[in-house]
Write a protein that binds this ligand. Sequence first.
Ligand code: BGC
Length: 321
Amino acid sequence: MRKKFLPVVISVASALAMTGCGKKSEEAASAAPRILVMVPKGVHPYYEPCYEGFKDAAGKYGVKVEYRAAKAFEVPQQVEIIENIIARRVDGIAISALDDQGLVPVIEEAVRAGIKVITFDAPAPSSKALTYIGTMNEAAGYAGAEELIKIVNGEGEVAVIQGGLGAPNLNDRFKGFVRCLKEKAPNIKIVAREDEQGKMDLTVNKTEALLQAHPNLTAIFGVSAEVCPGASAALKQQGRGGKIILAGFDDLPDTLAGIRSGVVNFCIAQRTYKMGWLSVEKLRDALEGKPLPKEIDTGVVIINKDNVDTYMQDMKKEFGK
Ligand code: BGC
């Protein structure tokens, strides 16, 4: 008996510790806290602020949270992680979907097991996930292209680098990017679209190969977080930092450093902390039987030299941090 209750006691204690005030929340006072699990696409620093928001919200609401990441961005690995979570009968799962069709059966299995499932960061539109919390990706890809057009004066050769070709969030960004160029700058040619599978080292290699294959390359646009850091390393190594335009999604520390030093022209920062925070709130709503909207737009901010040192403070204001 004692053994059985021990983990619960620890869970309540840690949930209370996370509130930072020792005041019992509703759930913690009445029963064992609910368990919500965040499943990113795989191990990647992009997800750190997502989980920070998830954890902070858990502290506020007295739920217990966990983080389960596959080693690589590979669908069978993500499916296996989710299957293991289902077997433990947790209360809710927030998934950043590596693929749409590939996750349909496992999400269905979770729903049948009575687990609430939502997606954050990357949706799985064909699945039974209750909502998607994150960037409106096609519009964000479009906005990225608009910004790039201004910098290259509507002309030149652009290569796109993407971290995995299966995720709807990345494909939507690419779609928006292409549509904008067609509509607003038909003289810009997309000469390549490379897949680096979410890997930094592969991004470096792919960038090197691109520079060789396209001597007249004007710009590189990254639709995933590792592209600006990986490509800027390759550009610097070849003495071409600041000579080839580089821009893309997300605000990893090396990307921000690149903006400050001039190797990266701009980045599109997603509201990752907010995605994590809202994931807890929406899973709680679902557990209380409240309906969820189909999608929740967390918004993006374009970061360049002008706001690189101030945008984070502005974003955190919303959470009183
Ligand atoms: C995307 C994530 C992806 C990450 C790393 C971000 O731009 O929103 O879905 O996992 O980049 O590739």
